[in-house]
Design a protein around this ligand. Structure first.
Ligand code: ATP
Length: 220
């Protein structure tokens, strides 16, 4: 699949914003970096497509930067709650299509949602949850489809090793769909139901969480 080059603006070059810019640029996207701190901007002059020292709470500054032309604007200002919220509300009032903002607490996140922020993220909390799941259930990656359904990547439980999906009767007995099997660097999508599963293979499983949990708990 060919990815369209997107234009991003990242406001606030803390650890999160900086890592985001580096990754987006590596993926071939155009990124405008904004921070009030001159030193941080200097660090990003050669990394981001453009790096501008500016206060994002100033609507005139944002207008001059043509912020409404960006596909996605990420507010990754952390400690300064006021600047974070003021920036998010200003961006939405200006008509920015997609505003993603980093929240420090649940209450902060609620405020961001109320003012129309399109996506509120809690990077520290979400990373900790992901890590905890990976320890407990061998879950390596998870996409929540709703509060009850998800797609997860799990290490093949030992009960699966030496058997195929057809033999395990995954669909009928376990009520989930295995949508891919990763074996070393090879990935089978959709998987061959008769393919023998090996130790360290990764299964990509879609279904109801309670059913997925039964499978991920098999290896414990
Ligand atoms: P992280 O956890 O990602 O390292 P953080 O949550 O500690 O970051 P801060 O360091 O508080 O976040 O803020 C990130 C950046 O946001 C800082 O570099 C700061 O200079 C910048 N910043 C703060 N207010 C503004 C503003 N009004 N306009 C632009 N940048 C701002």
């Amino acid at each position: 699949m060919k990815n369209r080059k997107k234009q991003f603006a990242v406001i606030g070059l803390g650890r999160f914003g900086s890592s985001l810019i580096i990754e987006l640029v590596a993926m071939g996207h155009e990124v405008l970096a904004i921070d009030t701190d001159e030193e941080k901007i200097e660090d990003f002059v050669d990394i981001a497509t453009h790096a501008v020292q500016a206060d994002s709470t100033d609507v005139n500054v944002l207008r001059k930067l043509g912020i409404t032309n960006f596909d996605v604007v990420v507010v990754s200002i952390g400690q300064n709650l006021q600047a974070n919220i003021l920036t998010a509300i200003t961006l939405k009032e200006m008509g920015v299509k997609k505003v993603i903002a980093k929240a420090q607490t649940a209450l902060h996140g609620k405020v961001l949602e109320k003012i129309g922020t399109d996506v509120v993220i809690y990077p520290e909390r979400d990373m900790a949850i992901k890590l905890a799941h990976s320890f407990v259930h061998n879950v390596m990656n998870q996409i929540d489809l709703s509060s009850e359904y998800s797609i997860v990547e799990i290490l093949a439980p030992k009960e699966f090793v030496g058997k195929s999906l057809a033999q395990m009767e995954v669909r009928t007995k376990m009520n989930v769909a295995v949508i891919a099997i990763k074996h070393n660097d090879e990935i089978g999508v959709p998987p061959d139901p008769d393919q023998i599963i090996h130790e360290r293979d990764i299964l990509v499983v879609a279904g109801e969480n309670k059913n997925i949990n039964k499978i991920s708990e098999m290896s414990e």
